[in-house]
Design a protein around this ligand. Structure first.
Ligand code: MLT
Length: 412
């Protein structure tokens, strides 16, 4: 008799954004005349910038001629893209990442979800609360947690990200724990709070990981929204991080690739984990083994399109794109602040985290029913999200303005 992976039974019935999508469809069916504005899931709405589109088209044309056609690409991604990334994202910021340390993939959701499988089943895992649910759910699926009680999975270490610490968890929070976590997920600029971490704060985490032989999974999907030069964009700007950190980045939010799909993971050559006999194992080799076994690469035209992000025209155009969404974020921040709510994020991030003080799913229902606007209830990101909502700045500016007018009316 075929049996299921029992750990799936511990999961909440559906993935956060799928639950929201179902509720929104049900509402739309019942209220076909209410035009809904979506500021829920962080999905980009503006077209691919012209320099990127042109490279994409050129890549497609190459695939249409025998002499330039490509079949399977190199396992880790084409060198032209990995070299552009190493130079444009890291060397330009004084951080060392070699092209050979980059694995091109079809998304950071997949990479942040899959990476855990190269580590032992019984490692201790720490996640922020609130958190991007993928880090949690994939560890639940892998059997690293107990059941779900009072909004948390037993056996996971939760790093509180609250008003008290400016939504930036610190290693000092772990001092009272008898065992240190082995795998630590961090995301900055943060999803969902929009908080950013300073060099000193990241330095504390790097030092903690070095001392405790842990690995940090650093999700930098939103780095391109950082506007303050003093805020680190990569964990590799922190000395010693290459020994303890894996970084993930995506072209989704940076360059409008949510529907195009391209991202990458960096695994420095010196990063090691240990086998049960205490032998050092290179994490790069493990991930390479996994990647080449389970993944066959991002399509050539998409990699060409991604490489165009690093041309001068591409850089200017993606800057304009992220500026546009940040302008939306400032509109959202202003309206919610004027309405008397305490607001964080939205300055170096497309997400605005708003303290409503009330049941977050009821607030979601209220905004859907009374304003026809979809937001994300904070509780969907963890128990510390109760009393908060997240509003995404990803939409056309006219839509954002209209949504905020409707919210103003509904809440005034
Ligand atoms: C979000 O809304 O949190 C993100 O869009 C989800 C994702 O990138 O997968």
């Amino acid at each position: 008799m075929i049996r299921i992976n029992e750990h799936y039974k511990k999961l909440q019935s559906s993935y956060l954004f799928s639950s929201i999508a179902k509720q929104v469809s049900a509402f739309q069916e019942a209220n076909p005349d209410t035009p809904i504005i979506k500021l829920g899931i962080g999905d980009v709405t503006r077209a691919l910038p012209p320099a990127i589109l042109e490279a994409f088209h050129a890549g497609v044309d190459e695939m249409g001629r025998d002499e330039s056609f490509r079949g399977y690409g190199p396992e880790q991604g084409y060198a032209f893209l990995r070299e552009a990334i190493a130079e444009g994202d890291f060397a330009a910021r004084g951080a060392r990442v070699d092209p050979e340390e980059i694995f091109v993939s079809d998304g950071s959701k997949c990479d942040t979800g899959n990476i855990q499988e190269i580590f032992a089943e019984d490692i201790r895992v720490a996640v922020p609360d609130p958190v991007y649910p993928v880090y949690v759910d994939t560890n639940v699926m892998a059997g690293r947690t107990g059941g779900f009680t009072d909004g948390r999975y037993r056996g996971l270490t939760y790093l509180d990200a609250t008003e008290r610490n400016g939504f930036v968890p610190r290693p000092a929070q772990l001092e009272a724990d008898s065992e240190s976590p082995d795998l630590i997920y961090l995301c900055f600029p943060n999803n969902p709070t929009g908080a950013t971490a300073t060099k000193e704060q990241l330095n504390e985490w790097v030092n903690y990981a070095r001392k405790n032989k842990s690995i940090i999974i650093f999700d930098a999907a939103y780095f391109s929204f950082i506007r303050d030069e003093s805020i680190p964009q990569s964990i590799y700007e922190i000395p010693g991080a290459r020994e303890v950190a894996i970084e993930m980045r995506s072209f989704s939010k940076t360059a409008g690739f949510t529907g195009t799909r391209c991202a990458f993971t960096v695994i420095p050559s010196e990063l090691v984990a240990w086998d049960k006999s205490g032998g050092e194992q290179r994490v790069h080799a493990l991930w390479n083994r996994r990647h080449s076994t389970k993944f066959n690469g991002v399509s050539y035209p998409v990699q060409r399109a991604a490489a165009a992000v690093y041309t001068q025209a591409g850089r200017n155009q993606i800057r304009e794109l992220t500026d546009y969404y940040l302008q939306n974020a400032s509109i959202i921040r202003k309206v919610m602040t004027d309405l008397g709510y305490s607001v964080t994020g939205g300055e170096h991030s497309p997400y605005i985290w708003i303290k409503t003080g009330s049941d977050s799913w009821s607030f979601f229902d209220r905004l859907l029913n009374e304003a026809g606007v979809v937001i994300t209830p904070g509780m969907g990101f963890g128990s510390n999200g109760e009393g908060f909502i997240r509003i995404s700045a990803f939409n056309h500016s006219e839509k954002v303005e209209e949504a905020m007018d409707r919210i103003r009316k509904a809440l005034s």
